[in-house]
Design a protein around this ligand. Structure first.
Ligand code: ATP
Length: 323
């Protein structure tokens, strides 16, 4: 459904008085099959939106080629546009118009008859839990409802492939989870291929069949969420003790565990990665007890996508989320 080779996009900007060239996308290859939900995961400024704008014909690549939904990006941009849906970060919906009208007008742009546009629009409203919203002005809808309306507009012409740029940014956790269900069912009921960008780890994990991790315009990993997590070796054991002296003593015990790596101590907390926390813990707890180390807390963490990102780039995506 998407095949891209060597996509590059540079921007000329100014840093103070100096002219600099930013390589926003720096040699991206992508292969996406029909019916996949694929996530583009990366921190702010990683090049996600720029790649999406290239693939949706909104931006010309500086170099590289791509076929999108069977059409060559450079040779047949109109064919690409007809076959895809695109929901940008800011959304499509103008706030004064009534929701149903917006969706129908959008479909008319694609040369769809009014009758079919209304039928398809009503169907999408039902599927996206927007029943009763047809006559509602977009500005009187909640954030989650508006975002679902954006998605209805992106889908009303029945594209084979839909691009969603950060579909759940700004939504509360419940509205996000609700939208994930809807995006999942698009694929299940329509066989749509979905390509979305996100900087939420849980979103990529819960929703995507496959993830491309992008950093500084370069894809640093691509696989299923499970395989990516499996590529990080082992579980993390984190101990919290009473004081810093005990933390150092506990750290020495942790370092002695079979296959221990990535030990780290900060204040009264010390952690280590081991191949299997379940088999290491009983012996560890006994030896800590024998040393007279009193535990205030024990946590075991299976690898997360954040660990994957950390392993690949040396930085945490969570720092970015908090920013
Ligand atoms: N029109 C532009 N002119 C100059 N630089 C740009 C332009 N568009 C993007 N960039 C730069 O290219 C890089 C990638 O930006 P992009 O918007 O693709 O990142 P992103 O991963 O989508 O980030 P976010 O999660 O914040 O949307 C950034 O350094 C950005 O500042």
């Amino acid at each position: 459904m998407i095949r891209a080779r060597g996509l590059v996009r540079t921007f000329e900007t100014r840093r103070g008085r100096e002219k600099v060239s930013v390589r926003a996308v720096d040699g991206v290859d992508l292969d996406v099959d029909a019916g996949e939900i694929v996530g583009f995961l990366g921190p702010n400024g990683a090049g996600k939106t720029t790649t999406l704008r290239i693939l949706t014909t909104l931006l010309k690549p500086t170099a590289g080629t791509a076929t999108v939904a069977g059409h060559d990006l450079a040779g047949d941009p109109v064919g690409v546009r007809r076959s895809i849906g695109y929901v940008s970060q800011s959304g499509l919906v103008s706030s004064e118009a009534r929701a149903g009208e917006e969706v129908v007008d959008h479909a008319l742009l694609y040369g769809i008859s009014r009758e079919r546009a209304v039928r398809r629009g009503r169907e999408l409203f039902e599927q996206l839990d927007l029943d009763g919203m047809w006559e509602r002005q977009a500005k009187k809808m909640s954030g989650g409802q508006r975002r679902r309306l954006d998605i209805a507009m992106g889908l009303v012409h029945d594209p084979q492939l839909v691009f969603l740029d950060e579909p759940t940014t700004g939504l509360d956790p419940q509205a996000r989870a609700n939208l994930w269900t809807h995006i999942g069912s698009l694929r299940d009921t329509h066989g749509s291929t979905v390509f979305l960008t996100t900087h939420y780890l849980d979103e990529a994990d819960a929703l995507c069949d496959r993830i491309f991790v992008i950093d500084h315009g370069v894809i640093v990993a691509s696989d299923t969420p499970d395989n990516l997590k499996r590529s990080v070796r082992g579980d993390l054991i984190e101990l919290t003790v009473q004081d810093e002296q005990q933390a150092e003593a506990a750290a020495r015990r942790l370092a002695g565990l079979d296959g221990a790596s990535e030990g780290s101590t900060s204040g009264v907390t010390t952690s280590i990665r081991v191949p299997q926390a379940g088999s290491a813990l009983p012996g560890l707890l006994r030896s800590l007890d024998a040393d007279g180390i009193a535990l205030a807390g024990v946590e075991v963490r299976r690898p997360t996508l954040d660990d994957v990102f950390l392993t690949m780039t040396g930085r945490s995506l969570r720092d970015d989320e908090a920013a």
